[in-house]
Structure formats: structure tokens, C-alpha cells
Design a protein around this ligand. Structure first.
Ligand code: OAD
Ligand code: ZN
Length: 294
């Protein structure tokens, strides 16, 4: 993956704009039934996981303790082979099990339950989409996952769980066969995205609605997917600030719901009339997770 800078600017055209309520109506009337969703770290900040680029609270502003030369080094192979410790300290924090899905994750689960989710493209490596009950075949974990890990020397693949003990004990996981360092299958800068990412070739042209939630759209190739739906397809951004094409090249069918992710999703849910159903789902799922934790 690569960075690109978002050029801010671009004025409104003055034409009649689609609203969030209009979009809810399209879903409600089943005029949109192949919804693609793109998400980033802002989806999980309400679960207590910091994002990357928010000034002050973002991970990239808080990496002093890892003693790395610059923030992105934590996801660079070159640096990893020089010193894998910072990445494994971060892994200890993010390893599945420490955090729970929030309201917005369960909204996406409800889209799936209703047969409306064509695919969820996530940049997150916290695994919370799976925990929320969205099946792996509906997911594209574009920046990888801790669910599996690969030996950096012999390329053998292992379940991520095999190394949980090492990561928690702050030991660098080693391959039982060749003793090479085992790296969780998180996509580092310069690495290829998982094969599943190429599903976008068919998903995006098929989509009839695109939600983009909690991402700065600063990392390629993920960011460009925002421009891969047909031009007539409504795109809804739920985010604290305007990002990507919503900032520099807004389209007539773009809806930007700016502010907190949860409040934005709550508004959609309200317009859809799904409030009670979603609450019920969250309650059931919470009970399941509580039982597991016991
Ligand atoms: P960023 O930190 O770049 O962007 C998060 C976006 O979510 C920002 O626009 C925030 O303003 C917004 N945001 C955060 N919390 C929010 C909240 N509660 N309500 C509303 N908006 C909120 O995170 P990503 O776009 O996911 O790579 O970053 C992309 C990639 O960069 C990551 O996948 C990561 C990093 O390098 C890897 O992990 C390999
Ligand atoms: Zn090996």
C-alpha cells in the first residue's frame, strides 16, 4: 500500500443533493440491495481502539514509547527486519480478544442479516467485523489479519492463535520449523494486498450503494475504491471530516454525514426504522460475548 495526499477544496455544484434520508428510503424500498461498505480505523475508535492519524489521539502521534524513527516504520518490512519489537508491542495491544464491536459494527451485521451487504472492505486489523458475526466470505480484510501468520523465512503459514502466548509474553514468535521470525499476516507498506482484495473488480461495478465509514482515505490502493462504483451510485461518507473525493471532487449523489461515527450511524438506523431490531441484536451478541469471556 502507498500514501497519497488528499487535496482539499472543491465547491458544491448547487444542484439538488441527495440526503441521508433519501438514501435510507432507497434501502427501505429495496432499491439498493447490493451495498458495499468501506471502513477504516474510525469505525473502531468507539470500541476504544485509537485510529492512526487523528492528531493527539491517533496511534501515529503516540508511538514515542516504541522508540521508532517515524510513525509508519511500525508497518515497514525494512524496519521490521531491523527491529520487530515495536510491531509486536502493537500486536499485543491489537490481538483479537481485547476489544468488542460497537454499534456501528452491528449496523453492518444487520445489513448482512437482511441480505443487503454485498461486501465489507475493511482496513482494520482488529478483527471486530468477524467478532460482530459478519462471515469471512462477506469480508475483504484489505490490510490483513492477525487470524493467520507467516514465517518470514520459509513462508509456512500458521494460525495466529499459535503465537498468542508469545505475543502476550512479549516474545518474538519464531517458526517451529526453521526458527525464522513469524509475522502476523498484516499488510505492511510495500506489500501486496491479500488476493481477496481483487474481488473489488466485480463488487464495485455491481454495487448500488457505497458506505464509507471512519477512514481518512489516505492509503492506496484502498482509497481509490471510493471512485470505483458507477457514477450514478450514491456514496455515503460517515466520518468526522471530509476525506478523499468527498473533499476534492464531490459528486451529486454523495452524502457526507459529518461528525461522530456512532451518531451518523444512529441517524441512518433511525431513518430506516431499525432501531429496536438493532438494539435486540446488540443485546443478544453481548450476551454471547459475555458467556465466552466467563
Ligand atoms: P486514519 O486514522 O487515517 O483515519 C481515521 C478517520 O476516521 C479520520 O478521518 C478520523 O477523523 C475519523 N474518525 C476517527 N474516529 C472517529 C469517530 N469516532 N467518529 C467519526 N470519525 C472518526 O485511519 P485509516 O483510514 O483506517 O494500516 O488508515 C488507513 C491505514 O493507515 C490503516 O489501515 C493502517 C494505517 O497505516 C495498517 O494497519 C496496515
Ligand atoms: Zn519458517
Amino acid at each position: 500500500m502507498l500514501f497519497f495526499g488528499t487535496g482539499k477544496g472543491g465547491d458544491k455544484s448547487g444542484k439538488e443533493k441527495l440526503t441521508l434520508k433519501d438514501v435510507a428510503e432507497l434501502i427501505w424500498k429495496k432499491e439498493c440491495q447490493r451495498i458495499v461498505v468501506m471502513v477504516g480505523a474510525g469505525l473502531s475508535t468507539p470500541s476504544g481502539i485509537p485510529d492512526f492519524r487523528s492528531p493527539g489521539s491517533g496511534l501515529y502521534s503516540n508511538l514515542q514509547q516504541y522508540n521508532i524513527p517515524y510513525p509508519e516504520a511500525i508497518f515497514e518490512l525494512h524496519y521490521f527486519f531491523h527491529n520487530p519489537k515495536p510491531f509486536f508491542m502493537l500486536s499485543k495491544e491489537l490481538y483479537p480478544g481485547n476489544y468488542r464491536p460497537n454499534y456501528a459494527h452491528y449496523f453492518l451485521r444487520l445489513l448482512f442479516d437482511k441480505g443487503l451487504l454485498l461486501r465489507l472492505y475493511t482496513q482494520n486489523i482488529d478483527g471486530l467485523e468477524r467478532v460482530a458475526g459478519i462471515p469471512p466470505d462477506k469480508l475483504v480484510e484489505a490490510h490483513g489479519t492477525f487470524a493467520t501468520a507467516t514465517c518470514t523465512v520459509c513462508r509456512r503459514s500458521y494460525p495466529g492463535e499459535d503465537f498468542r502466548g508469545d505475543v502476550m509474553a512479549e516474545k518474538i514468535p519464531k517458526c517451529p520449523v526453521c526458527t525464522g521470525i513469524v509475522k502476523p499476516d498484516i499488510v505492511f507498506f510495500g506489500e501486496e494486498l491479500p488476493h481477496r482484495f481483487f474481488l473489488h473488480v466485480t463488487d464495485f461495478p455491481m454495487a448500488d450503494l457505497l458506505f464509507i465509514i471512519g477512514t481518512s482515505l489516505e492509503v492506496e490502493p484502498f482509497a481509490s475504491l471510493a471512485g470505483a462504483v458507477r457514477s450514478s451510485v450514491p456514496r455515503v461518507l460517515i466520518n468526522r471530516d471530509l476525506v478523499g473525493p468527498f473533499a476534492y471532487q464531490p459528486q451529486q449523489n454523495d452524502v457526507a454525514e459529518l461528525g461522530d461515527v456512532i451518531s451518523g450511524v444512529e441517524r441512518v438506523v433511525e431513518f430506516l426504522g431499525w432501531k429496536e431490531e438493532l438494539q435486540e441484536l446488540i443485546k443478544k451478541e453481548k450476551e454471547k460475548l459475555d458467556a465466552k469471556d466467563k
